[in-house]
Write a protein that binds this ligand. Structure first.
Ligand SMILES: *[C@@H]1O[C@H](CO)[C@@H](O)[C@H](O)[C@H]1NC(C)=O
Length: 195
């Protein structure tokens, strides 16, 4: 009896996300839809337009899009790939982001994001899917990586399949992300600049 109660807790506590202090506890950030396990990675496939972000690297950027594809695997949680395209002035470029499910966690919605950086370097950033609309037309992702002796890298992405969704949809998405990640401040979240 005791063991069956403690096991889920032990799994939760062994999650790498809970050891850091600058980053919030990821499992608790997920919407009911994600946490319940209803979310299906392969249904997220599509061409998304980013609407809001928190990401120092995107300051001065415009025209942010995410082409989402997934690995086809019937036995394991699929890996999600996002070709993130952005323009800095007239210069476009694309960064490939790979979201691998955590193999040591039974909790849905938790990934390690591997970013293919210029110069052949890789950066791995723990990422949580905060929420996805039940029709898979919107998604919100939050990433946070603690760095020893430095400020944590924190990122928020809110994206929609509709390139120009109604303001009502945008406001709802923004408020939902702010409610899920209490440490986010509204003034830090930027609207994207259209193409
Ligand atoms: C999205 O990626 C797929 C697979 O690589 C590709 O076939 C498709 O053309 C891309 N879509 C856009 C709009 O770039």
């Amino acid at each position: 009896m005791m063991a069956s109660l403690l096991l889920p807790l032990a799994l939760l506590l062994s999650s790498p996300f809970l050891t850091s202090s600058q980053c919030p506890d990821f499992p608790f950030l997920r919407s009911d839809f994600i946490a319940s396990g209803s979310f299906r990675e392969d249904r997220l496939v599509g061409f998304f337009t980013e609407q809001y972000y928190y990401d120092i690297a995107q300051i001065g950027a415009s025209c942010q899009t995410l082409n989402v594809t997934t690995s086809s695997s019937s036995t394991t949680t699929p890996t999600i790939s996002m070709a993130f395209s952005v323009k800095y002035g007239p210069i476009p470029f694309t960064i490939n982001e790979i979201y691998s499910p955590l193999t040591n966690s039974p909790l849905p919605g938790l990934f390690n994001k591997k970013v293919d950086m210029p110069g052949g370097k890789y950066l791995t950033i723990p990422t949580v899917i905060l929420d996805v609309a039940e029709d898979y037309s919107t998604m919100s992702l939050y990433s946070c990586l603690e760095l020893p002796g430095e400020n944590a890298i924190k990122e928020l992405v809110i994206a929609t399949l509709d390139p120009n969704p109604p303001q009502e949809t945008l406001t709802k998405l923004l408020n939902s992300a702010l409610a899920l990640v209490e440490t986010l401040k509204e003034e830090d979240i930027k609207s994207t600049t259209p193409c």
